[in-house]
Design a protein around this ligand. Structure first.
Ligand code: FE2
Ligand code: FE2
Length: 204
């Protein structure tokens, strides 16, 4: 299965800094917090896809391809919400995502529209890739079999989104440009990760 292969490589989806697998140990003892944070990540993913459609509505291919992802991400939100409810846990308030906030600082906003859409798509691809990497760790190392399967499904789905955002970016700017910018984002992400605390109650 292609998506499975994408994430089973040594360097998951091109990411330069692998997450310490011990993160899973602290994540699984704060499962209520991880589930709530995960739910909010899915909400933000759906929101970002809607914003892409609103901002770049003249880009027909983007609208066609991103519209179903809105539904998928919202489906993910509902799925995680169901897990919270089932366990008597609370969704709680939306929380700030320091990782995403720092990635957005790296975004170049002084560009023409085709380069701007590439910035947005690369940021989305990167968040998908990192989420996918974390879901992979949860699916591999959590003790609970139920959660292993639960997170495996998310891992596969987010890998597909990562791939889609990257290939969409290549529709709007030449491949060389996109690859070069992607490399810069990957490098920036390493510094961002080093600057934030690895928390057991956060997906990122
Ligand atoms: Fe998702
Ligand atoms: Fe996603």
């Amino acid at each position: 299965m292609e998506k499975e292969q994408l994430v089973s490589e040594k360097q998951v989806l091109g990411l330069q800094l692998p997450t310490d697998p011990r993160w899973v140990n602290i994540a699984e003892i704060s499962i209520e917090e991880i589930l709530a944070d995960h739910a909010w990540c899915e909400q933000k993913a759906a929101n970002t896809c809607i914003s892409l459609i609103v901002k770049f509505s003249e880009k027909e291919e983007l609208v066609q391809q991103v519209a179903p992802i809105v539904a998928e991400e919202w489906g993910h939100f509902r799925k995680v919400l169901k897990e919270l409810t089932k366990r008597g846990y609370k969704l709680g308030k939306a929380r700030p995502d320091e990782y995403v906030k720092k990635l957005l600082h790296f975004e170049n906003r002084q560009l023409q529209k085709d380069e701007r859409v590439v910035e947005k798509l690369l940021i989305s691809a990167l968040i998908e890739a990192r989420s996918c990497e974390r879901f992979r760790l949860l699916s591999l190392h959590m003790k609970d079999e139920y959660f292993k399967n639960f997170y495996h499904e998310f891992m596969v789905s987010e890998a597909g989104h990562y791939k889609l955002f990257l290939s969409l970016a290549k529709l709007y700017m030449p491949e060389d440009y996109v690859n070069k910018r992607w490399k810069e984002y990957l490098e920036a992400e390493v510094e961002i990760l080093k600057s934030i605390e690895l928390r057991g109650d956060r997906i990122h």
